[in-house]
Structure formats: structure tokens, C-alpha cells
Design a protein around this ligand. Structure first.
Ligand SMILES: [Zn+2]
Length: 225
């Protein structure tokens, strides 16, 4: 395999709009496993493998541990996953199956993560987690999703996030989404506003410097477009 670097680069590419899925319990977002599998298939021309290297099922202690290995050409990467059985697997053997599925899925995602797959798509949702780190700022730069030709649509210099304003329904820019994160005690998952629509009493809570920086950045963007 002489195009390994190219394959790795295409694994990291942005997914199409709408790929990031909200959890049913509203606790965060994820990208479905099928999406990752499809990307691996396309990027490698089906030349990849997934192997369960280790599966440790403990009925007495009610846990399952899995190690999954992904191989692309001669290179492999491992991921691990653990799941707990809530109930008595001796009385209800189905619990074991569910726990194995969960642990293996988690291990797969863990391995996927080492290729930075989906990072660009998840970054706008993970600003407080890891994506707000300046070393990862490049992930937030806008770019076309994989498979979309450059020039097909005008490139936006102020990258747009997947979050919609509650009032005007417009998509927030990444900068607006970041700004919301700077309002103390604001739950960004439920209180989503574009800059114009942030209620005045909330806007007042923004540190002055943060507000000035935002407005300056926005004015510069306007001038350059
Ligand atoms: Zn709005």
C-alpha cells in the first residue's frame, strides 16, 4: 500500500452536513458507526480489516472488555471498550450479548478516534471538552465536506456551525457558538441564539473584552468578504 498517507488524510476529512447525530437522551452528540465504516470502505477501497483482538466476558463481575484492532495495509491501531451488565446475566443471558455489542462498538470508536475521524465534525460541539484548545483550532476552520467539489458553493470565511438560532432559525457561525459558551451558566444546548438575537440580559453577562474581541473579529470578516 503506497498511498497510506492519502488514505489517512481522507479519513480525517469532514463528513457531509447533518452527519453529527444528537443522542436521544439529549446528552451530547455522536457520529453513527455505519458512517465511520463507510468512510473506511471508501477511503481504503475496502482494503481494511477489523478484528476483535480480545474479548473478556466476566459473568460474576458483570462486565465485558473488548479490544478491537483496525488494520489499513500493514498498519494497525487498537481501541478498547468496556461495558457493564445492569442485571443478572445468569438469569438473563441476553444481557451478555448487549454488553458485548456495546463494548465492541466502543472499542471500534476508540480505534477510529486515533485517526481523528469525525473530529472536524464534532469539534463545534466539543469546545468545552477538547476542541476549544488553541492547538486544535485548525479543526474549526471551514472546509468542504468530503466528496463536495471545491468551488461548488461559495466558501464561507466565517465558518458556520450546525447550531440553529431559536429565534431566526439561522445557523450560528462558529464564532457565535463560541461566544455563547462565554456567557456564564448558560446551557448552550437549549439556549441557542445568533449574536443579534441574544437577549439583552444575557448579552450583559459577557465579559467586556470577549464582546469587543467578537465584534472586532466579525467586522474584519465583513470587510474581507
Ligand atoms: Zn437569530
Amino acid at each position: 500500500m503506497d498511498n497510506y498517507q492519502e488514505i489517512i488524510a481522507s479519513l480525517k476529512q469532514r463528513f457531509p452536513e447533518g452527519t453529527v447525530t444528537h443522542r436521544k437522551d439529549k446528552k451530547g452528540v455522536y457520529i453513527p458507526n455505519q458512517v465511520y465504516t463507510d468512510r473506511l470502505e471508501t477511503a481504503t477501497g475496502s482494503e481494511w480489516d477489523k478484528e476483535i483482538k480480545e474479548l473478556d466476558i466476566s459473568v460474576p463481575h458483570r462486565y465485558v472488555k473488548a479490544i478491537v484492532q483496525i488494520r489499513i495495509g500493514p498498519y494497525t491501531r487498537d481501541g478498547y471498550g468496556v461495558s457493564i451488565m445492569n442485571g443478572d446475566p445468569a438469569a438473563e443471558p441476553k444481557l451478555i450479548r448487549t454488553a458485548v455489542d456495546q463494548a465492541v462498538n466502543e472499542a471500534f470508536i476508540d480505534a477510529i478516534d486515533t485517526y481523528e475521524m469525525g473530529w472536524k465534525d464534532l469539534a463545534p460541539y466539543k469546545l468545552e471538552d477538547w476542541a476549544g484548545n488553541p492547538a486544535l483550532a485548525h479543526l474549526l476552520q471551514s472546509g468542504p465536506p468530503a466528496g463536495v467539489e471545491v468551488g461548488a458553493a461559495p466558501m464561507q470565511s466565517f465558518a458556520v456551525s450546525n447550531h440553529k438560532c431559536l429565534k431566526c432559525k439561522a445557523n450560528l457561525t462558529i464564532a457565535e457558538w463560541e461566544l455563547l459558551g462565554r456567557i456564564p451558566n448558560l446551557n448552550r444546548e437549549s439556549m441557542v441564539y445568533c449574536f443579534e438575537d441574544i437577549p439583552a440580559h444575557l448579552k450583559r453577562k459577557l465579559p467586556e473584552q470577549v464582546l469587543t474581541d467578537f465584534e472586532e473579529k466579525r467586522n474584519n470578516e465583513r470587510r474581507s468578504t
